[in-house]
Structure formats: C-alpha cells, structure tokens
Design a protein around this ligand. Sequence first.
Ligand code: PLP
Length: 449
Amino acid sequence: MSHSLQALDRAHHLHPFTDFKALGEEGSRIIERAEGVYIHDAEGNRLLDGMAGLWCVNLGYGRVELVTAATEQMRRLPYYNNFFKTTHPPAVRLAEKLCALAPAHLNHVFFTGSGSEANDTVLRMVRRYWTLKGKPEKHWVIGRENGYHGSTVAGMSLGGMAPMHDQGGPCVPGITHVRQPYWFGEGRFGDVRDQDPEAFGRQCAAAIEEKILELGEETVAAFIAEPVQGAGGAIMPPASYWPAVKEVLSRYDILLVVDEVICGFGRLGEWFGSVHYDLAPDLMPIAKGLSSGYLPIGGVLVGDRVADTLIQEGGEFFHGFTYSGHPVCAAVALKNLELMEAEGVVERVRDELGPYLARRWATLADHPLVGEARSLGLMGALELIDPASGERFDKALAAGNLCRDISFRRGLVMRSVGDTMIIAPPLVITREQIDDLVTLAREALDETA
Ligand code: PLP
C-alpha cells in the first residue's frame, strides 16, 4: 500500500522545502500515525520525533482532549468569521487566555491562520502604526540574516534566508538585514575568531545601530527577530546580545517585534521566549505550539502602545483572513493551553526537563564530530566539525544531511540545517525518552563519522 501511495505522491504532490526532482527519484517516507513522542511510518518503523513535527506538537501526539474539543466545536459551529462586528466564543476565550499568559502589556491579539500570515500582519501593523503617528518616514524594518519569519512574500522578506530571497523574486521593499548572533558559525569559525562570545554578541547588537545610522535614524520602524533563531539553526544568542539590542532600539524609538512562532508556548521553559530573555515586545507573532500543531492557527499579540493607536486613531484596518480566529482551531488552541497549564508543562520544561536535556546533550560534546553541543529548554543543536582538521566541513559534503538520514534510519527524527543538527522534541518527553534520544543521536554521529 505504501508503494502505491509513494507513486501517487511522486506523481501529484509538490512538497514544501523539497527538491522536487530528488523527491521523484527517492520517494518519500509516509507517516501514518503517532502517539506521545513517537511517529510510525508505513514500513512499520517507530521513530522518536525529536522535532515535535515542525517544532509544534508541544503536547505530543494523540491527545483525545484536543480531538474532543475539535469535534464538539465542529458540531456546534464549524465556521464563522470575525470580520466586521461578529465573533464567536472560542475566538474571544482564546484571545482572553493568550493575553493572560503573555507579558502584562500585551492585551490584544489579531488571529491568523499561520506564522507566515502573522508576520504579514506584523508588517502591515508596523507601517500603519507609524503612519498614524504622523511619521510615515519611519518605514524600514530591520531583520536578521538567516532569520526565518515564514514563506509568504512578506514573511520571506522579513526573514533573512538568502536562498529564499534568491528564488522568491523581488522582496518587499524597505526591509533589510543585519548580522545574526551566531557565535559558533560567525564568531568562533567566522571572521572574528579572536573574540569571546559576549564581545561578539555586543558587536551583533552594534551592527543594528550601524544599520540604523546608515538608513537614517528617523527612518527605522521596527526590528524583528526570534528570541532564539529556530530554523536558522537553534542559535541561542550570547547573554550580552538582547540587553544591548533593547538599549539600541529604545534609543532610536524603534518597535521590537519578537517572533515567538517557535519559542512561544514552553519551548524555552517559559510561556514565551520573551520572558526568558526579559524582552518587552511591541508585537509578538505566534503560531505552531499555540495549538500543538493539531490545527492551523496563528496570531499577533499586540502591545498597548501599538494597540491603543490602532484602536483609537486607526479607523478600519483593511486586513484579515477568512480563517482569522477559526472557531474549531481556536477551540483546540484554547484546550491546548488549558491542558498545558493544568499539567504544568511549561514549568516542567523550565525546572526539570530543560536542565536534564542540557546535562545529557552536553555529553555529546566529546564526540569527535561535534564542535559544540548547546541547548536551552527543549531545543538543542550539535555543530558538526571535521575531526581531521578541527574545522567546519566543506558544505558540499552535506555531512548534516547524511547524519540526519542515518538518524532517521536508526529511529530518531533530527533536523539538519547545513551541518547543524537540531532537536526540539515534544514538551511531554520523559527523562527516559531524553536518554534514548541522546543515545540515538550518538549512534547516528558514530555512523556518520
Ligand atoms: N516564524 C518563525 C520563527 C518560524 O519558525 C516559522 C515557521 O517555521 C514561521 C514564522 C512561519 O510559520 P508558518 O509555517 O506557520 O507560516
């Protein structure tokens, strides 16, 4: 059966972020079912899902409470919109719950269907805000090289993924990018090899100020960044970075947009990455873990400064999606957050599982292939290096992809970004399962070496 499905897949299905020709030649792995932290493929293999799907299945697979929430809502009201002056209970209750969980000054939410749509919304809100403030000249948005903010035209423009820009045709004008605080790749193995991580972090923050001055200090509207770059390679910034960034932004009155699509909902051991790094974002795009990925939903949490202006001075905001605050998605997201709260999932990541993973993950640092093993909360990365030279691998060797494929074969889903191996397992993983994950990762490294 799986063969015929593979053939149909080859014949008709264009996968996201996939080399279509290679897919046609090699075929795909068909995932049929899942429970807890495990996925099962059509060949009968069970894999530990070290990536929580795509950084989203925070509560793990097979939660019947979420299924019940969806079916009950589908029976009662499968769809209605939030346009104009209508709404429905799930959207209102979810909005209230999100604002209660978020830092105190974030008291409004605009719902979207995804993280990318959330970032499109961010761009429109930022520009609208400064226009309403009588400063339309403040229009530049600064993002970061290798940052990821989605795949729509605005999302990929805000993101700093060069291959996306190269393929995507013209990016949205008025967006530019600065250096990412990626110590391992651009500090230790970059052009500033002699600096310590904290000096490097300050230098990356200073690059934002240099960019502001280059663009004109009256022209910058916002800075957008993930607390920890996820898709770019699970890049935790040096401790010096965020305080210095905050200082620069406040000096030039620039809005801070913190993209919590991956870091939100417990991944870093707090409800939001902004809490971990003590950030006070003006806008906070969210998605993924909001519903534990069971249904697509995203949004933008809006701080009082921007919300007050949009509400009091804005008139109609000509923006929204058919599925903004979809009732079934909202009901599932609400139940997801209630379960996370009731089960103390976030606190457990902060106090128990994150520190445990950090200890176990660090043991991989002694492997000859590993140049750095880092983690925060339940997000981890291994930087592969060439044991022969002690340098990073030649990219053409695709060591990371090899390690990823071996890891899959051995029963662990790890992701590779170049030669950075990433994990972000469901937040309900147990200590024993973390032990298994680390053992499987070591076996994959051994076989790759
Ligand atoms: N922002 C960040 C930080 C992400 O990691 C992603 C997706 O990986 C997005 C935005 C885009 O979200 P979506 O794929 O739901 O459009």
